[in-house]
Design a protein around this ligand. Structure first.
Ligand SMILES: Nc1ncnc2c1ncn2[C@@H]1O[C@H](COP(=O)(O)OP(=O)(O)OP(=O)(O)O)[C@@H](O)[C@H]1O
Ligand SMILES: CC(C)(CO)[C@@H](O)C(=O)NCCC(=O)O
Ligand SMILES: [K+]
Length: 244
């Protein structure tokens, strides 16, 4: 059994895998995460490996307390990945994006793949048919957009997500909801159209905290898989074992 842990910028997500299938998944805040992991390991005592991808501020040291119980794999750029990395600055590429690209490469062989992760940030990652990772884009996520409008202006209130009535917002609140929510959806639809115009034979994988919300609103029919990063962590680990 393998425990995979995704330390994001906002929250931590974790899942226990037996072979290729998820037994249970968890979401928790960063404070007190040691206890949360300890409880998971109490429940699943057959876990032999802990696989971590962290883009948050939690480093490898924080996981070493579990070393008595199981083997820790804290993924870094030094690990083996199933794609050729063409990013001009490979050392600054987020480990979450590398894991997503690995999962897409292994799960969907011999095609162009676009992974869209709608989390704290929206990331776009493109891996072509020759398994070359080309890069993509990073933009502010849904909640970050609401927060940025409030934090960097004097007059804009901090709102929580609401679906706008219309694209023409007729009040401050409606204008913000339209700008944030419609802007988010138009952006993603726009990127998808750009990729579609330039590549054939490709698959889109949609994941992250806002994936379900987004999937319902896109012009294109795309199914969301909220567990794609955790599944990809498990696959990256299996790949590492087979190829190290
Ligand atoms: N309880 C919650 N806390 C924070 N964000 C939430 C919550 N529930 C849903 N969301 C939505 O999820 C988005 C954040 O996604 P996610 O939880 O995947 O981010 P994350 O943990 O920082 O991971 P990553 O850094 O990989 O994006 C926010 O834009 C927000 O709209
Ligand atoms: C973009 C985020 C914040 C998304 O989680 C993460 O992948 C990251 O910190 N990336 C580093 C910059 C880069 O990927 O080029
Ligand atoms: K993200």
């Amino acid at each position: 059994m393998v425990l995979t842990v995704d330390v994001g910028n906002t929250r931590i997500k974790a899942a226990v895998f037996e072979g290729g299938s998820i037994l249970e998944s968890f979401v928790f805040e960063k404070s007190d995460f040691e206890n949360k992991i300890e409880n998971i390991l109490k429940k699943f005592q057959n876990c032999t490996d802990l696989v971590v991808a962290s883009v948050g501020n939690i480093e490898k040291q924080a996981f070493l307390t579990f070393e008595k119980q199981l083997t820790i794999h804290f993924l870094t750029h030094e690990d083996v990945f199933p794609f050729i990395n063409k990013y001009a600055t490979p050392k600054t590429l987020g480990i979450d994006r590398m894991v997503l690209a690995a999962g897409a490469t292994l799960q969907f062989p011999k095609q162009n793949r676009l992974v869209i992760d709608a989390g704290t940030c929206i990331t776009y990652d493109f891996i072509d048919e020759q398994d070359q990772y080309l890069g993509g884009a990073i933009s502010p996520g849904l909640r970050l957009r609401y927060e940025a409008l409030h934090n960097f202006t004097a007059k804009l209130p901090l709102l929580t997500l609401e679906v706008p009535e219309h694209y023409i917002g007729d009040s401050t609140k409606e204008a913000i909801h339209s700008g944030v929510v419609n802007g988010f959806v138009y952006e993603v639809d726009g990127f998808i159209e750009e990729y579609r115009a330039n590549f054939s034979n490709f698959i889109i994988i949609l994941t992250g905290g806002d994936a379900d919300f987004l999937a319902k609103r896109l012009k294109n029919t795309i199914f969301a898989n909220s567990n794609f990063l955790l599944e990809s962590l498990n696959q990256t680990f299996q790949y590492k074992i087979d190829n190290d």
